[in-house]
Design a protein around this ligand. Sequence first.
Ligand code: NAI
Ligand code: MG
Length: 355
Amino acid sequence: MKIAVLPGDGIGPEIIAEAVKVLNALGESFEMETAPVGGAGYEAKGHPLPEDTLKLAKEADAILFGAVGDWKYDTLARELRPEQAILGLRKHLSLFANLRPAICYPELTEASSLKPEIIAGLNILIVRELNGDIYFGSPKGIRTATDGLFPGAREGFDTMRYSEPEVERIAHVAFQAAQKRHKRLCSVDKSNVLETSQLWREVMTRIGQEYPDVELSHMYVDNAAMQLVKAPKAFDVVVTGNLFGDILSDEASMLTGSIGMLPSASLDKNNKGLYEPSHGSAPDIAGKGIANPLATILSAAMMLRYSLGKAEQANRIEAAVQKVLAQGYRTGDIKTAGCQLVGTKEMGEAVLKAL
Ligand code: NAI
Ligand code: MG
């Protein structure tokens, strides 16, 4: 099995190094090949997603991605900026399903600003459609209005649209993810106002008949935003479109109080995927050896579960992470009272030992 390792920029190389060590310690024979991406791709080959890097990503069974971006590239033309790498990979590899777990480890409850009884033991999964919706729907642009409240004024416009096959494929991913968990799926939409959402709800309900073991419910997005802070543990898996999912997944990540702990996966229709921490390249702490590598290590675990068919090994890694937290090891971002403060490498070592 081949894994494309794309460290990227900022803390990317530091956190990826620890995840690679953990993968190497599993006793499997993975072939891992590293290539530059983002700002590093631009420095090496003049493009954030160099041709060779894309080729490697296409050949590989899965991609382990660090993070891209740095303020020093802000003046580059948009198509040369580091973030284009991740957009390019999503597009070229047809990665349409974004899986973002939000887990609140009991040991880290105090790192969140929410009441412990609301978030202790939280473990939910947000499945966000990634290729469609108002972000990509045409037509879009800025023009002179010919109707509406202010004819003749400049107006911006975007188009929200989802086709049935687009909703069907994300529905299958979400129902199957729910089958691997507590078998409850909540589909989030705004079908009281949006036609797109009415079709979304209809398709979710229809596909749900193929998964009689999964309990399907529906919720409006405004209510879902409230329920996520009021009673997040009531959810198991949430499935929603690109726009709502962007917002709700960021909201859910904050429930856990620690961006350095959250993995993510982006899958295609064959469960090939790109795995990366939910956070960015953290240029403010890059090179200091203090970044939390756990989100990346947990992303590697997701890769084993969803793309490489190694659920046992995924469980091993997740158990090891749980163990180091119980042992009191903390990087600065998840510092708790009386903990043992460690850097990136020490945290990686601790996970290796716990394995
Ligand atoms: P960020 O997630 O990189 O950092 C936000 C804050 O969280 C910073 O204070 C940072 O030090 C801290 N942080 C993040 N990850 C951490 C970790 N593993 N351990 C400890 N602390 C951590 O988001 P920000 O600052 O908005 O963006 C920085 C750069 O990252 C930008 O260039 C942005 O475009 C890029 N970015 C890249 C993403 C990707 O590669 N998929 C996603 C989000 C942002
Ligand atoms: Mg976002």
